[in-house]
Design a protein around this ligand. Structure first.
Ligand code: ADP
Ligand code: CA
Length: 412
């Protein structure tokens, strides 16, 4: 029998092509990779490489439908945020396991997401949206403090700024408006003409990695974020799983994320949610129809060693998954904080840092000579440190020890 054909949608900005392609290689499938930019090899192997205009779902659907008449497709898997909408469109058109497109669209616009969650009374921060052309000084008087300003359509905390006073609000507004005016930011999708203002939710933050099957959310892993995320910028650093929260809080987090997924209308595929927890319980910060970003999925292993990418591919194919239980040991990842902006000259101390007990790997994702831009404007990760330990605090301690041994030479 012919092997099923799996279509992988790979945006140029992703860190995860290798991990998904490797996972596909471990399955008995014929892999077809679609990207936005034509690949030099595409003409040589037209049945294996497609060029699709991801930003135009209707055109992508037409092209894939034509292709699928000659080469039937069994599953479509979008990799990362930038392809979730086009992935849903293709999935729906071909009758594959996928989310409804309207639901995915709502996850890609922070205002639409807040409105959908609000209709279902999912606990979330208070919010209001304003046009970028509005007067910041007047707007600053209309909002309560502390608050958070954010763009509607970016990710990785890009452009997210806390303000504690009208003066801070105006400064944050000006900075965010300048970011939203950049052509490359406008090109990332609709939403660059508005600014979302939310009440600041205090408390600890967690990230939930889950899988939806016919509308049912199963938690795959819950990560604590042990470094305080109090602003003014929200640079992600350490994620550690399993969570050290009490079991009742963990259940409340899972319930809240499940309600949010339902409110948005998501039904199938990976989910990555961020929540904050205070005395009143969990508050939904964000829910995305994708798996965890960057290279952070490398912390996770399931059952007898399956990767998260393999689970996502199997799920899309409708194949059985032996176990969704995460492996026992605790695991952590540090998205290496950007110390300051400038040109990366060198990274020292890698060997010593890799030798720290519990450290599995360190990947530097920026290259020498590259300009590094810190938050709130930046969008790329300096690199990732991965650890394992008998308990969460050990995995966390290893990350901190390894990070302390790294030295980044950055020139202005
Ligand atoms: P992005 O899509 O860029 O990740 P988020 O809305 O998830 O944007 O915000 C990024 C981070 O900023 C969150 O993980 C959280 O730490 C912080 N944050 C965002 N909104 C709020 C809020 N209303 N209250 C407190 N912290 C927030
Ligand atoms: Ca987020």
């Amino acid at each position: 029998m012919a092997r099923p054909r799996l279509l992988l949608l790979v945006p140029t900005t992703t860190y995860r092509t290798e991990d998904f392609v490797e996972a596909a290689g471990r399955l008995e499938v014929d892999l077809v990779v679609a990207a936005e930019k034509p690949n030099a090899l595409a003409e040589a192997v037209p049945e294996r490489l497609l060029t699709l205009p991801f930003a135009d779902p209707a055109a992508s659907v037409r092209q894939v439908s034509d292709y699928a008449r000659r080469y039937p497709i069994a599953a479509v898997v979008p990799v990362d945020d930038a392809t979730t909408v086009v992935g849903a469109a293709i999935g729906q058109a071909l009758g594959l396991r996928a989310n409804p497109m309207a639901a995915v669209r709502a996850t890609r616009n922070k205002l639409a997401m807040r409105e959908a969650l609000g209709r279902a009374s999912v606990p979330q921060p208070g919010f209001a949206a304003f046009g970028v052309e509005e007067d910041p000084a007047a707007t600053a008087k209309a909002v309560r403090y502390p608050c958070v300003l954010k763009p509607l359509h970016l990710s990785a905390s890009r452009g997210v700024i806390r303000a504690d006073s009208p003066a801070e609000f105006s400064a944050a507004w000006t900075r965010l408006a300048a970011l939203l005016a950049l052509p490359e930011v406008r090109a990332l999708g609709e939403g660059a003409s508005q600014i979302l203002v939310e009440s600041f939710v205090p408390g600890v933050e967690v990230a939930l990695e889950g899988m939806l099957t016919a509308g049912q959310l199963q938690t795959l892993a819950l990560f604590d974020k042990p470094d305080p995320l109090d602003g003014p910028y929200f640079e992600e650093t350490i994620y550690v799983t399993p969570s050290r929260l009490p079991a009742a809080s963990q259940r409340a987090v899972g319930d809240c994320a499940a309600r949010a997924a339902r409110a948005l209308g998501l039904t199938d595929g990976p989910v990555h949610a961020e929540l904050r927890i205070d005395d009143a319980g969990p508050w939904l910060i964000e829910l995305a129809a994708r798996s965890i970003g960057g290279l952070c999925a490398r912390t996770l292993r399931f059952g007898t060693g399956m990767t998260l990418e393999e689970i996502i591919l199997r799920h899309a194919l409708g194949w059985p998954i032996a176990s969704l239980e995460r492996e026992r040991p605790a695991a952590g990842v540090m998205m290496i904080p950007i110390p300051r902006g400038g040109i990366l000259q060198s990274v020292e101390g890698l060997d010593q840092a890799r030798a720290v007990p519990g450290i599995e790997d360190i990947t530097i994702s920026m290259h020498r000579g590259q300009r590094i831009v810190p938050l709130p404007e930046g969008s790329e990760y300096l690199g990732f440190i991965f650890s394992r330990g008998a308990a969460p605090h050990e995995a966390e301690a290893s990350l901190r020890r390894a990070h302390a041994l790294l030295r980044f030479q950055i020139s202005s």
